[in-house]
Design a protein around this ligand. Structure first.
Ligand SMILES: NC(=O)C1=CN([C@@H]2O[C@H](COP(=O)(O)OP(=O)(O)OC[C@H]3O[C@@H](n4cnc5c(N)ncnc54)[C@H](O)[C@@H]3O)[C@@H](O)[C@H]2O)C=CC1
Ligand SMILES: NCC(=O)COP(=O)(O)O
Length: 333
């Protein structure tokens, strides 16, 4: 353990999970520490032996030690066997899950400010440990006692929210209910006010069908489900636009007209943001009792261990976790 400059404020550090060791998580954590040193204190929960050669790290025994670290602080969690980039190992799955649980515990105890997660490989966790969740989002909701959570992806100038997430496209229409859509919009509205400092949020809502159904000529979900929900929420005072045609709501002028876009399914939301800013996008879970962010990308097995992975999205995710954590702490005091 070496000592360095203390952090700019007295907030606890952010807890960062290693994610899937066979992915690019271990490759990007060292560069992220170098980019954020002195700005965003954080520590990694994972197996130090999985870090690439040349990454300077310091093992810590408590999160508070991360505030003074000169090198990447690691709260060790042994995985029992080496990392094989690009090849997930069944016996690692339980440790990937345990690291996430540990990060959440540390926010509960106040030792960590927020959780930032490196990408997991969903199928590897399902096969290796019977992981019963589609992703972090639903797992974290479970750890938080069944919180009603929402996935948001955010970059400079665009925030998108998929109302349905990791389900087959054929199941989208039946999964989209009035209750679900109203909950997603309400949760997003509250988060824009409290976590993103938008006191009067304006939210755009996409249709499900081409041309938002074109008055029933191309589908009825807009008339039968989406519009009644929006009308009900407008009566409560929410500022909502839509249902809009999804194909015309993401160009620059349209994006300038709202604070967040609610989309009906995963790709409707994620394609625009990953196209506009794949390097800078951040995945943030709304509705949890703690802050959780993540880079927008996945495990990228094809480049794991090659040194080609770009750490920018992780840097942005850590920065956002710290900012949101600070806002929440301020609200509490
Ligand atoms: N938060 C999480 O845990 C997430 C996990 N995933 C999981 O990741 C796995 C792979 O998903 P894919 O759809 O293939 O997406 P992916 O983001 O892992 O990869 C897509 C393409 O982008 C490239 N890429 C990704 N991140 C990069 C970076 N930082 N620098 C340079 N190039 C990068 C990859 O090399 C690949 O060519 C899946 O199991 C998926 O479920 C995907 C998204 C988020
Ligand atoms: N496509 C986004 C993604 O897979 C992130 O999921 P999660 O692990 O944050 O729930």
């Amino acid at each position: 353990m070496t000592t360095g400059a203390p952090s700019a404020d007295s907030l606890p550090p952010v807890a960062l999970t290693m994610g899937e060791p066979a992915g690019i998580g271990p490759d990007i954590v060292g560069p992220a520490f170098d980019a954020l040193k002195g700005e965003v204190p954080f520590f990694l929960i994972g197996d130090p032996s999985h870090l690439p050669d040349g990454v300077a790290f310091a093992e810590i025994s408590a999160p508070s030690e991360a505030l003074m670290a000169d090198h990447l602080p690691v709260l060790p969690h042994g995985f029992g066997s080496p990392r094989r980039p690009g090849l997930s190992q069944a016996d690692h799955a339980q440790h990937v899950i345990a690291a996430i649980e540990r990060a959440v515990e540390l926010t509960g105890s106040g030792e960590a400010l927020a959780v930032c997660t490196n990408p997991i490989h969903k199928k590897a966790l399902k096969d290796g440990a019977g992981f019963a969740f589609p992703g972090h989002t639903e797992f974290l909701a479970h750890l938080a006692g069944g919180a009603e959570v929402v996935m948001m992806l955010a970059c400079d100038g665009l925030r998108v929210v998929p109302a349905t997430i990791h389900i087959p496209i054929a199941e989208v229409p039946s999964t989209l209910t009035r209750d679900l859509l109203a909950q997603v919009i309400r949760t997003t509205h509250a988060a824009l006010i409290h976590d993103f400092a938008k006191p009067f949020p304006r939210i755009a809502v996409a249709g499900l069908n081409p041309h938002a159904g074109e008055g029933g000529a191309m589908g009825y979900e807009e008339i039968e489900m989406i519009t009644p929900v929006l009308d009900g929420l407008r009566a409560e005072g929410l500022d909502l636009i839509g249902p809009q045609s999804a194909d015309t709501m993401f160009h620059a002028a349209a994006r300038a007209g709202y604070d967040a876009a609610i989309c009906m399914y995963h790709d409707q939301a994620l394609i625009p943001i990953k196209t506009i800013d794949f390097a800078g996008g951040v995945n943030v879970t709304l509705g949890l009792p703690f802050v959780r962010t993540s880079p927008d990308h996945g495990t990228a097995f094809d480049i794991a261990g090659t040194g080609k992975a770009d750490p920018s999205s992780l840097v942005a995710a850590l920065r956002m976790a710290h900012q949101m954590g600070r806002i929440r702490q301020k609200r509490r005091t």
